[in-house]
Design a protein around this ligand. Structure first.
Ligand SMILES: [Zn+2]
Ligand SMILES: [Zn+2]
Ligand SMILES: [Zn+2]
Length: 238
């Protein structure tokens, strides 16, 4: 956190350096990113992501959409609009916050976006089938995504029973766990652990971790087997 001197913010362990939360999913034929954070450009440069087939959004909070302008680099090289998949609320925010990308007379070089509204129905991008999962971030609907055995859910503090059913049978889940103290719109570490145990998902990684949660290695030591904190640059292979 800017201006903070706590043990996490001054840690020399790279696992304690936390950019904003997003993931990249790659299959044989398809590469997609979930959320374009304010760190999107840096993340794509760091991991040398040369091609992106689509972007999925979880919800319209700034820490998940602010980096969208930088997709124009992908537009430049592909010559194609970037397919963007999001719920109605996120579409509204994108059209408002990036109004210039939807103007009738566009300034040269603005992002070229092709918006696709998603609801609860599964959809396909390239060779990936994606199942949306509706979760709640206080009163805001947030879209989680299931890709076969892998489920990604960020920014939630409540999941309805029938949506939990969609998570069951996952081999690996990523779930938000902000800190130990209660928060009005994010799961605490204990709440996240409880959901993983309830759904009996064998592998879990916690994301959207605040500096208030503590040092990466300290928290990992107290987590039950199969559960750990995610960290920047973490790669999982299925
Ligand atoms: Zn701090
Ligand atoms: Zn949020
Ligand atoms: Zn967030």
């Amino acid at each position: 956190m800017i201006g903070c001197n706590c043990a996490v913010c001054s840690s020399s362990d790279p696992k304690d350096t936390r950019l904003r939360s997003s993931i990249l999913i790659q299959s044989k034929k398809t590469t997609i990113v979930v959320d374009t954070t304010p760190d999107f450009r840096f993340q794509m440069l760091t991991h040398q992501v040369k091609q992106l087939d689509a972007i999925l959004f979880t919800h319209p909070h700034k820490d998940h959409i602010a980096g969208l302008d930088d997709v124009r680099a992908y537009n430049l090289f592909s010559g194609q609009p970037m397919p963007v998949y999001c719920n109605a609320l996120t579409e509204e925010a994108i059209r408002r916050d990036f109004y210039y990308a939807f103007a009738e007379k566009k300034y040269p070089g603005v992002p070229n976006l092709n918006l696709h509204k998603i609801d609860e129905k599964s959809f396909t991008i390239g060779d990936l089938t994606i199942e949306p999962i509706l979760v709640w971030h206080l009163n805001m609907p947030v879209t989680g995504f299931r890709f076969g055995p892998f489920t990604y859910i960020t920014d939630a503090n409540r999941i309805d029973a029938h949506e939990k059913e969609k998570m069951k049978g996952s081999h690996t889940v990523v779930l938000n766990a902000l800190r130990k103290q209660p928060h009005l719109s994010h799961f605490t570490l204990d709440e996240a652990v409880e959901i993983v145990q309830e759904l009996q998902i064998p592998n879990a990684y916690f994301t959207h971790v605040s500096h208030q949660l503590g040092l990466h290695d300290d928290i990992n030591q107290i987590l039950p087997q199969g559960m750990q904190l995610a960290c920047d640059g973490l790669q999982l292979h299925f």
